[in-house]
Design a protein around this ligand. Structure first.
Ligand code: XMP
Ligand code: MG
Length: 179
């Protein structure tokens, strides 16, 4: 698995430091509130776990899975809910935890769904952001790292369901995509 990585973009230590910063910012901003923190599966599962440990206000957790990508590295442009929330968002402060924002289609779809369900507020924390690839006007409220247009894996992010368990984030060797 490690042999497939061309370059490390962010080490485990760099990611953990950033997650602590994001947790501290969210804790400050949500002082006195009890937000519902929603993990967008599967990519955000490690980020969610680490972030939750760094949030000091009481939170509730829930999980949602949407599909917009097959095993390819490009968005199909189509988003649908594969696993819905267990919790009602009506009247709740909601924080969406996303691994990476690319075109923005996935998030704009999820935000739209939550607003139509009458969430009190909807904010977004994304560990990675590729602003150069946006096709819809959307920005996260909390962003970890702004990255160039490269397909990254690790720390929850996959290529064809592999590499999610790497503790760091890197770029794959080009031959992995073509094999
Ligand atoms: P959109 O285009 O809807 O995409 O903003 C967001 C989702 O696309 C996936 N994605 C990636 N997954 N490495 C990955 O492993 C990447 O570089 C990458 N870029 C986008 C991801 O699932 C994200 O939630
Ligand atoms: Mg994802």
């Amino acid at each position: 698995m490690l042999n497939d990585i061309q370059e490390t973009l962010y080490t485990e230590e760099q990611i953990q430091a950033k997650v602590r910063e994001l947790g501290a910012a969210i804790s400050r901003d949500y002082e006195g509130r009890n937000p519902l923190v929603i993990c967008v599966l599967k990519g955000a599962f490690i980020f969610m776990a680490d972030l939750a440990k760094n949030i000091t206000v009481p939170i509730a957790l829930d999980f949602m899975a949407v599909s917009s990508y097959g095993n390819s590295t490009r968005s199909s442009g189509e988003v649908r809910i594969v696993k819905d929330l267990d919790t009602s968002v009506e009247g709740r402060d909601v924080i969406i935890v996303e691994d990476i924002i690319d075109s923005g289609l996935t998030l704009s779809y999820i935000i739209d769904v939550l607003e139509r369900r009458n969430a009190l507020s909807v904010h977004v924390v994304a560990l990675f952001d590729k602003p150069g690839r946006r096709t819809v006007d959307l920005n996260a409220d909390y962003t970890g790292f702004v990255i160039p247009d490269a397909f990254v894996v690790g720390y929850g992010l996959d290529y064809a369901e592999k590499y999610r368990n790497l503790p760091f984030v890197g770029v794959l060797k080009p031959e992995i995509y073509s094999s």
